[in-house]
Structures are given as C-alpha cells and as structure tokens.
Design a protein around this ligand. Sequence first.
Ligand SMILES: C[S@@+](CC[C@H](N)C(=O)[O-])C[C@H]1O[C@@H](n2cnc3c(N)ncnc32)[C@H](O)[C@@H]1O
Length: 214
Amino acid sequence: MASIPLKKKNRAQPGKRSTTFLGQWSMFLRQFIKHPGMIGSVIPSSQMLVDSMLEGVDWQRTRLFVEYGPGVGTFTRPILDRLHPDATLLAIDLNLDFVAYLEAEIADPRLRIVHGSAADVRRFIKESGYAQADYVLSGIPFSTLPDGVGEAICAETRSVLKDGGAFLVYQYSGYMRRLLSPLFEEIRERVEWRNIPPCRMFVAMKRQILAQAA
Ligand SMILES: C[S@@+](CC[C@H](N)C(=O)[O-])C[C@H]1O[C@@H](n2cnc3c(N)ncnc32)[C@H](O)[C@@H]1O
C-alpha cells in the first residue's frame, strides 16, 4: 500500500498537545467500533506499559526507531520525549483516521507518519532515507491478522533490524511467541499487570550482537 501525503494545515505547534486524554480515548473507542479486528483493543495502552516497554532502549545509540500501529500516539509521544535530537521515529499505521489524527496532533520534525501495513516496513524505511532500524516496536493485534500476515511482518522486521537491534512487542496473548521463536534466537518475555487487560511484553533480539557482546 502506498503512503498517502496528508494536509498539515491543522497541525499543532511543536510540543503542543491539543487533544485531551479523554479525547484520545474516545477517538480510540470509535475506531475500535469501526474496525475491531484491526484495532484489537477498546482502550489505549497504560502509561505503566509504555514505561516498561521503553525502559531498556538505548536512546543514545538509536537513530531509527520504527513503531507499528501508533493509534492515537500512546507510545509515539513518549518515544519522541526520549528520542535523540538527530534520530527519526517512523510510525506506520493501517488506519487512515489514526494517521490523519497523528498528523494533526503531533508536530515534531523527527516524526514521519505513513499510512500502510507493517508488512511494507522495508520500503517505508528506504523511503525515509535509512537502510535499517535500531528498534521496531509493535502494538499490532497479531492474533487477529489474516493468515500469513503476522509471519510476513515478523520476517520483514527481522530483516530490517540492525545487528544488535530489537523487536519490542506488546500483546494480550502468548500467541506472539510462536511467531517470534523461529526468527529470533533470544526472546525475553514479561507481563505488565498495570494495564487493562494485563499485557505480555516481548523483547526479541538479533543474535549477532549477543555473540559480539559475549
Ligand atoms: C491495539 S492498537 C495499539 C494502539 C497504540 N499503540 C496503543 O498502544 O494504545 C493497534 C494498532 O495497530 C494498527 N494496525 C493493525 N494492523 C496493522 C498493520 N498491518 N500495519 C500497521 N498498523 C496496523 C491499528 O490501526 C491500531 O492503530
């Protein structure tokens, strides 16, 4: 799917967040009612889940961070808060309403938002002027994707990660382990209970860096 350029005349000023917390929840709920399978959750992730997912990231080293399924920006904003001034955050969402919403809400030169599927991450990274990513973080509901799409996204993700990069995934079920296991030799799994519902967190590492570090 091609990325679609969006009008930016309603964009917020840098650093300004024009929508309230309740506004974000209501936007999220409306999209869930329209596309339950694509969204996979009634409410956005909790702040505790966001902090737990991002705590191990090496922000000094990171130059390209990719986010799949940013939704209303629950992770996007905290990632930008931590991201190096010279780095890029590439956010990819299949839902055009979320893409338009984020375009209007977040004005940050480090953020590039594209409309499309995570399955096309390789092309989006190339179009952003990069070859590989340091981290990919995913909020996509893998268990509701059409047959074969989850496997394709995971394989593409591994191929676009730098040696030493990591695929960070949060999911409500353990289904993800089956997709990650054939591709990533080292997978760490934890549960964040302070989320509705409690959420599994996976860190899938590219092996090469572990061998170098040993
Ligand atoms: C559970 S929501 C996560 C939203 C937000 N990141 C959060 O944590 O609250 C899932 C998101 O994945 C997006 N999505 C679903 N399938 C996708 C795909 N194949 N590629 C990119 N985004 C996708 C949906 O549009 C939605 O924004």
